[in-house]
Design a protein around this ligand. Sequence first.
Ligand code: GLN
Length: 543
Amino acid sequence: MKNTKYIFVTGGVLSSLGKGISSSSIATLLKHSGYQISILKIDPYINVDPGTMSPLEHGEVFVTFDGAETDLDIGHYERFLNKDFSKQNNFTTGQIYLSVIEKERKGKYLGKTIQIVPHIVDEIKNRIKSAGENSDFLVVELGGTVGDMEGMPYLEAMRQMKHELGNDLVISIHVTLIPLIKAAGELKTKPTQHSVQELRRIGISPQIILARCEKPLSKELKKKLALSCDVDDDSVIVAEDAESIYKCPMNFLKEGILTPIARRFKINQLNPKMDEWDMLVKKIISPKNSLNIAFVGKYLNLKESYKSLTEALTHAGANLDTRVNIKWIDSENITSSNINMFGDVDSILIPGGFGERGVNGKIEAIKYARENKIPFLGICLGMQLCIVEFARNVLGILDANSTEFDTKTKNPFIYLIEDFIDQQGKEQIRTHQSPMGGTMRLGEYECKIKPKTILWNAYNYKDTIKERHRHRYEANPKYKNDLQAKGLIISGESKSGLIEAVEIKEHPFFIGVQFHPEFTSRLQNPNPIILEFVKKTLEFQKK
Ligand code: GLN
């Protein structure tokens, strides 16, 4: 058993300070210094997982290989650390209470009164410790802002862990905002001082202050902050707004964040190897090529809903020395008469989605890409609609539909499998009335690839791959022959014969995939089919 070192990251003043990126950046520097790293996100809301939350409220739901629906920060962790995380790397207040109450019902605490301290806090500490097992460092990011009522039990758990494990194994980093008062041109430290005071009231004294600023902080201000927040002079680290999130680890390194970390943990000086990373970041910031992709979605008011996919495009671009510009197109605005809005793009991308709104516009976009031989990638709902479009416009079955949009359609090309065997081999019975939480096809599944297809080329001629899923509906295998007879290629199939990928003969690049390739894309290891899509878009553009 390793003596895991814990880095707790809290946030002050307000939310959206980039705690997730900060935590990922610190973890990246430690990983590149040769350590075994794990990372944990704690979400203080009562939902058991974010699976049933609107993407407009919460941003994207990220899916881990083992089928957990998690906060989008887990996606950042995987993209930065080039590593799969699991169910263990994210938990919510809902999960904590659920397991304590289940234990109480089973009589595990017989005779006791169940309380926040010790029972809830103990459950939190146990989960933190098990997420850190076998790692040199565990970075723990606490969602929300210090002072929120929901966060209290977690801060208490952190305080207790420091008490139990001691100063050499636990440090605390506080991410905060230093606002710039434009009229006076002055940076203000008071909100940070108050936030640290609030932390201290709870019994936590941070060792490092990570200050988000719009402009550099002078030496004097850093000194003032160090004095008022009671941290060492070298422990006020400025996180200036960066041109790319992937530049943050380099920025933190330059600011010297590893010096106080090494000193606090009493370890040797840390020297991360960041050459390859730095080169990719340079290609993100000033690439040779650029191209334009139409992104046909419906949650366009909150682009965070498509975080993994937009990041995956950045990764593919970085690896191809190309800037991928996104033209956001609201699927609700597309009709057959304004389809020329696609005239100035190099390719078309349709991401996953739920519900009927905007579906017809997406079908128009697919038809346009198919007929005009524009490079096309459809993901999840994007693939399902490729099949519906093909059925309607090529097979001439005008009422072809998904039962998600028309439960009574006579031609359910996309349907609900009533008896589904999930990742763990458990049987799930599904109907339109099934509970909504955690009942989709979730996590990694095997996909068999047909040789000599786009998919096969993209995945380097592998005959099976694994990608992650998050959907309730499936393409109906009963129509396979009809679709194939008219030129639809089924290039990917699940073990049990479900359709996982479709392509179109006589088209330079047209593919729909049932899985979400964006969940496995990393800066240093871009997803193969997304990489191929961007590569083909570039080739097509040059013709
Ligand atoms: N709504 C579709 C389904 O549930 C597609 C989901 C998705 O695109 N992630 O099957």
